[in-house]
Design a protein around this ligand. Sequence first.
Ligand SMILES: Nc1ncnc2c1ncn2[C@@H]1O[C@H](COS(=O)(=O)NC(=O)C[C@H](N)c2cccc(Br)c2)[C@@H](O)[C@H]1O
Length: 536
Amino acid sequence: MTDHQLDFNSPATQQFFLHDALLAWASRTPDAPAVIESPAAGLLETTTFAELEALSNFYARQLEALGLEIGARVVLEADATAHSIAMFLGCSKAGLTFVPVSPAIPSVRLRMVLSSTRPALHVRAEEIAAVPRIDIDYPDGTGIVRFGPTSGFSVDSAPEPGVRHRRAHCTTDAAYIIFTSGTTGKPKGVVMSHRAVTSFYHGMFSHDLAQPTDRIASTPPLHFDFALLNIGLALGSGAAIVPIPQRLVRWPRHFLRVLAETEATQVSGVPSIWRPVLRHEPDRVAALPRLRAILYCGEEFPVPELRRLRELRAGLRIVNCYGSTESMACSFYEVPDPLPRHVAHIPIGAAPPGAELLLADENGAIIDGTGTRGELLLRTPALFTGYWADPEGTRAALVADPLAPESGAQLLRTGDLAYRGEDGALYLCGRTDAQVQINGNRVELAEVEHRLLEFPAVTTAVVVPDETGTGDAALAAFVILASGATADPVGLRDFCTATLPEYMVPSRISIVDSLPITGNGKVDRGLLSAGAGTEP
Ligand SMILES: Nc1ncnc2c1ncn2[C@@H]1O[C@H](COS(=O)(=O)NC(=O)C[C@H](N)c2cccc(Br)c2)[C@@H](O)[C@H]1O
């Protein structure tokens, strides 16, 4: 063993890292399916726990051989597949921090991630590396790697070897950094340590959400930590993960075919994935052979749609999973079966064992009673390390424990408003800021507004959730142009598409002469949301 190679078996390093949590079953059930993929109709590809472990060891060795520093970043551009899961497990084993990004990420945003995290490597799944990104100027010394069943681990350009200062990998090191939308017009890199992620998983396993015989279909993209929850839930329970390619999620017939062929027993996804399925293929939902549970997160699931799902599948277990990326997630709430007629909103339940959700009023005082609205504060061992390169933003997200301010303990300010129901459960009722969820993706309205304001002719931009449409959440933008200036909604929309992910591009852009305001002079977003802003 050379002086910088890590010995995973020595007591000193016998800690609990992300890869320990996800591969514990490789020794118990090596031949059980860990990843089941459906590359084409009628075709299934299964990777066993032993194969996944061996593949992650292969990638770990290749990464180790590059001699990078512990904690160096690896930007991982891939969809969720057996190989990309093995790659991030390999990063975990090699003490490297992975930064998952979507293959659909606009180059401008990818450049921001690269310049901010200064990664040692940009590793790309071979199926997407076939389309080279020509407009990326890498920070110097960044290595470029293609990986997959054909390429193995192909180094297209070697990284500058890091100088090893650190001897050992410890669980407070960052397992991953996930970039979410940021209010200051700049996305925030949420840094999650191994200790935070594995303690979250530990709390999650106390809910018995999965058995070794389960096959959990996962629909979120790899850059959304919901995907990491699903992968951890499946593999950590000895069950199989069934990654659903993004392109299929929007096609109900294909989506349901894959669920049927892989005999998925659970489906994890944001509520909006069910809307087209319920509208266009209800019979196929009813006919799915083994679906027994769904898990959702990211946004409210409209109760009428939940009822419809239950009509189609009597006894379906439905779990509402609430949380923010800064603590991976937080609470799991079992939707009662049957769902009483009077229920109009599904609660988020309570925090998992080992964590605590508190309600605080605007002065920071704790709210114990029922019916009073406050901001949700979270005490959890799964707390993020901070926002990457943003100490100010990190401080603003945390608050001293109101019940023990002297202790130095920090609680997460979720930014969510909630109240405690008579049933003791917590119900969300809005945001303290203007962050919204579009198809389960977090959108800071300010970030979209900032982009619109970069358009030369625009003097004012307001973006609100568009409540005028039916079903899918969308964004409506209202812009005011400088006097005499001209612009058209199509041009404005293209301008947004150039730098923002699709879900952040407003579907409706109205050029207006004025905006409605509330009594205290703020733009009346509620009125705009309701479409009042577009009346002639
Ligand atoms: N179940 C809900 N009902 C309603 N509103 C929800 C729910 N889950 C979130 N949200 C909202 O989304 C915000 C956070 O956005 S986020 O940081 O992008 N994270 C997310 O959306 C997803 C979050 N990481 C998560 C949740 C569950 C499992 C995993 Br694993 C991960 C929360 O503060 C809430 O406002």
